[in-house]
Design a protein around this ligand. Structure first.
Ligand code: ATP
Length: 346
């Protein structure tokens, strides 16, 4: 089992906290994405899991074994953690062929020649590199190099794989096709994967759960669907997906609220008795002649089969909605609010 457990983990750089009081568990076999704005601590968290950095506070356990304990000053080095790494920079050995890049970790472990050949071949086939085995890394495309890094992980049979923006160097089309490669890799290895990314759509497409980070803390660790549909805070509501957070003017505690002057039904977590904001996603706003809100279209973006409308209310609030019908900038329309998600701003 390779659950990853963090207890009250903190890390400072020059007296400034980069990670603060992180207590969480990534379950065995889960695909976790670390998502958040630049500087929020994603890479630092990954480096602590890898063993490249020591936490200043707290404890980290992988597969039930303590790998770092700030209290005891104890730390297991990266090479003894049975962890695979995949970096943006690929980190391949430039003087070795693709096959040798993949087989080398097994050579170090002194496996038999037959075992090395069998496992290397299987990893090359699984990552679609069979035809490239004798090439040098310099003769490969970016996507192919990243496949070599994955194949090298695969042969080592790691209990966890840490990935630091592995697709950041690739163009948009290749990134999309590589997502399938990562998902397939995850299924084959069954390893716990922790994947750092700036790219929300990438995290949404691949991760079982996403840890949304902000200023050194995990603000919400949840499924992509829950982060979008049931954000727990203003930060998450605004960071994940499109939408506008607006205040609740009154709430009866039983699912009815006044928002932007309109009386509407809202959804909220059962335990949240107090809510003061809602997140209005495009799907929470229907265009209708008799709509509660009068809005003017400020901007229209074609999304393929539908349009994204950015609208402005008289009070200046900007709301986004989607429509199949075309509207021109400047058009006036009515909007009806439909069951938005309500939460307490923290
Ligand atoms: P990005 O998305 O831009 O890569 P990130 O979320 O991965 O950012 P980190 O690289 O973990 O963020 O950095 C978190 C904070 O710690 C930042 O304020 C950063 O400047 C600081 N930091 C990280 N590494 C060091 C270091 N070696 N020395 C000093 N400060 C550091």
């Amino acid at each position: 089992m390779a659950d990853i457990d963090l207890s009250s983990v903190g890390k400072d750089f020059a007296g400034t906290p980069a990670l603060q009081d992180i207590t969480t568990r990534f379950h065995d076999g889960e695909f976790i994405a670390l998502l958040g704005p630049s500087g929020c601590g994603k890479t630092t968290l990954l480096r602590l899991l890898a063993g490249f950095e020591m936490p200043d506070r707290g404890r980290i356990a992988i597969g039930g074994c303590d790998v770092a304990d700030a209290g005891r000053g104890a730390m297991v080095p990266p090479e003894d953690r049975n962890i695979g790494f995949v970096f943006q920079s690929y980190a391949l050995w430039p003087h070795m062929s693709v096959r040798r890049n993949v087989s080398y970790p097994l050579e170090i472990r002194r496996l038999s020649r037959d075992a090395i050949a069998t496992r290397t071949e299987a990893a090359l086939q699984a990552t679609g590199l069979g035809d490239y085995a004798d090439r040098m890394p310099s003769d490969l495309s970016g996507g192919q190099r990243q496949r070599v890094a994955l194949a090298r992980c695969l042969v080592s049979d790691p209990q966890a794989v840490l990935l630091d923006e592995p697709l950041a160097n690739l163009d948009v089309a290749l990134r999309a096709s590589m997502q399938a490669v990562f998902t397939d890799f995850h299924r084959r290895t069954g390893a716990t994967m922790v994947y750092v990314t700036h790219d929300q759509s990438e995290a949404m497409a691949m991760a079982d759960r996403i840890a949304v980070m902000d200023r050194g803390r995990i603000r919400q660790l949840d499924t992509p669907q829950n982060l979008y549909e049931r954000p727990a805070s203003r930060f998450v509501a605004e960071f994940v997906g499109r939408g506008t957070v607006v205040p609740v003017q009154a709430h009866d505690g039983a699912g009815r609220a006044r928002i932007l002057g309109a009386e509407v039904a809202v959804n909220a977590a059962p335990q949240s008795r107090f809510v003061d904001h809602v997140c209005l996603r495009p799907e929470n706003l229907a265009i209708s002649e008799t709509g509660d809100l009068r809005a003017k279209v400020a901007r229209v973006t074609y999304l393929g089969g539908k349009y994204l409308l950015e609208t402005v209310l008289d009070c200046g609030t900007r709301l986004v909605t989607e429509t199949r019908a075309r509207f021109d900038p400047g058009a006036q329309l009515g909007l009806t609010i439909n069951a938005p998600w309500a939460f307490a701003e923290d």
